[in-house]
Design a protein around this ligand. Structure first.
Ligand code: COA
Length: 371
């Protein structure tokens, strides 16, 4: 029998700096009343100069490993879903792999914008179910506020920084990720994009002058799309798990806009209380919003082992998706593992690997000259 992909660890990390709607009033022509009534957002977190997408991701991953009682050397696969990668390449996931000292893990980034965490969860679950890996870490991490035009009140009020992570492990009990649905429609790609900085519009004086390296959005278009797909894809994922909406204890939607979540709840004919909401404190943290919300739902006792939960999201691409999960909790532990201690081991390991690579280059250079 093929194994099941259980979620056995979870962790979140958000920057300390809080930016309230009142702070935004000093930057752009907006006000708290408008932002709260149109979005539900009251404040968001902003990464410090020292914090990066990889550093936030690493902190969230270490916390998730701590819950799962798993050491970084046990990880087979790291997927970082992000809309604000550190570079085009190397992948942010590789930077995280190095910072964790996860010596045997394959690592890659997944770009499906705000739906990225659900897509990454699906990929990791498939790899576990196929029997090719045992343990995976799936992370959503963002410093998207660095890609915003702080003069554009249509977009800068919406987003925040943060990271969340899940540990997935192979297990025999029939629980964990029960179903998932991924959907895309590239014909709507221009509704939400960062046009420049890739190969289509390489960075130039013109792209900078025209602000094409900033996030651009047709808010109404995205709103219409989101309200159309959220309840629909939730239903699809529930049906594909051979369940009914009544079997679902909690819905954890992408935290973009309270009105979009209310519309989804109406479409599903469930009370809003069945949806977890924390966007008032973090804004839209893109790929990180679902795992951050999950961590807080667990902390508040709203998600317990045995519960069935739906994760549902949408984003640029256009992309949207949902996953149904029977919540597991950590597997009974062997010896206690302290993943945070690996931070120092990982730094030493990375430093030694760099020195070895230098030595290797010197030796090879010498041999080459002798020939
Ligand atoms: N503060 C004050 N006024 C603002 C404003 C702001 N921050 N942003 C826009 N406005 C103004 C507009 O200029 C417009 O004024 P006008 O009528 O004089 O032209 C008015 O408010 C209404 O703008 P509109 O864009 O129609 O508002 P809306 O009700 O559609 O709300 C969004 C705007 C962005 C909140 C909403 O469209 C939305 O949430 N869309 C989805 C965005 C999203 O989730 N993106 C991430 C996807 S992962």
């Amino acid at each position: 029998m093929s194994p099941h992909a259980h979620i056995t660890g979870w962790g979140m990390y958000v920057p300390e700096r809080v930016m309230t709607n009142a702070d935004l009033e000093k930057i752009v022509d907006t006000n708290d009343e408008w932002i709260v009534s149109r979005t539900g957002i009251r404040e968001r977190r902003i990464a410090s100069d020292e914090e990066t997408t990889a550093s936030l991701a690493t902190e969230a991953a270490l916390r998730a490993l701590e819950v799962a009682n798993l050491s970084p050397s046990d990880i087979d696969l790291i997927i970082v879903a992000t809309s604000s990668p550190e570079h085009l390449f190397p992948a942010t996931a590789c930077l995280v792999q190095d910072r964790l000292g996860a010596g045997k893990a394959g690592a890659f980034d997944l770009l499906a914008a705000c739906s990225g965490f659900i897509f990454a969860l699906d990929m990791a679950a498939q790899a576990i179910r196929s029997g090719s890996i045992q343990n995976a870490v799936v992370i959503g991490s963002e410093t998207l506020t660095r890609m915003l035009d702080w003069n554009d009140r249509n977009t800068c009020i919406l987003f925040g920084d943060g990271a969340g992570a899940f540990v997935l492990q192979a297990g025999e009990d029939p629980a964990g990720v029960l179903s998932s649905v991924m959907r895309s429609d590239g014909s709507g790609g221009d509704a939400l994009s960062i046009p420049a900085g890739g190969s289509r519009f390489p960075t130039s004086i013109e792209t900078l002058q025209n602000g094409l390296h900033f996030l651009q959005m047709d808010g109404r278009e995205v709103y219409r799309f989101a309200t159309r797909v959220m309840s629909q894809v939730t239903q699809e994922a529930i049906e594909s798990a051979h369940l009914k909406i009544e079997d679902i204890q909690l819905i954890i939607p992408h935290q973009a806009n309270l009105r979009i979540i209310e519309a989804a709840a109406r479409g599903l004919k469930v009370p809003l209380e069945r949806c977890f909401i924390n966007l008032d404190r973090y804004g839209n943290t893109s790929t990180a919003s679902i795992p951050i919300a999950t961590c807080e739902a667990i902390e508040q006792g709203r998600l317990k082992p045995g519960d069935k939960v739906v994760f549902v999201g949408f984003g640029a691409g256009l992309t949207w998706g949902a996953a149904v999960v029977q919540w597991s909790g950590p597997f009974p532990g062997r010896r206690k593992v302290y993943p945070a201690r690996y931070r120092y081991y990982a730094r030493l390991r990375s430093w030694m690997l760099r020195i070895l690579r230098r030595l290797d280059a010197i030796i090879w250079g010498g041999l080459h000259r002798e020939k």
